[in-house]
Design a protein around this ligand. Structure first.
Ligand SMILES: [Zn+2]
Length: 160
């Protein structure tokens, strides 16, 4: 993370004297600080409102605060967040999304105050594994089936 961070802050400093990129890190930080985080919650996530607003408030500067996963994964994401926050109270979120049919939960430790522990890495990979067998709509156990040419996990009710 460190080399990228350094490159990023250099870019930001340089951009001040030239053309300001529309979505500069600075601007996104301002958006996060001026927006009500509740507006940025994913749809139908009321049950996990505490965990998800905490996640959004931890977005690393320069990353748009968003949780882009199917509803069926909300519970896994919420528990993963609680576990990670216990292991590393100040951890920051870089991205949480569905990518290549998998849970992508990218985090970083501010100021490199410690390394990602094997406990943290394994919590993330266990959560990814759980998402592979949960219905994307309701979170019940399911199987991978073809939905509109995409491979998706669906429970018996949602595979009809
Ligand atoms: Zn289902």
């Amino acid at each position: 993370m460190t080399p990228r961070q350094t490159a990023r802050s250099k870019t930001r400093t340089a951009s001040r004297s030239s053309v300001t990129p529309v979505r500069s890190a600075l601007r996104i930080k301002e958006v996060r600080e001026t927006r009500d985080l509740h507006e940025l919650l994913p749809p139908n996530s009321e049950v996990f409102i505490n965990e998800f607003t905490d996640i959004l408030s931890r977005m690393a500067t320069g990353y748009w605060p968003t949780i882009q996963v199917p509803e069926g994964w909300y519970g896994v994401v919420a528990s993963l967040h609680v576990a990670l926050a216990e292991m590393s109270p100040g951890y920051q979120v870089v991205a949480i999304k569905k990518e290549n049919d998998e849970l992508f939960y990218l985090i970083r430790i501010p100021d490199n105050s410690h390394d990602m522990t094997s406990e943290m890495l394994s919590a993330i990979s266990i959560a990814r594994g759980r998402c592979r067998v949960l219905c994307e709509i309701c979170g019940e156990p399911g199987d991978s089936i073809l939905v509109c040419n995409n491979q998706e996990v669906r429970c018996t009710n949602h595979s009809k």
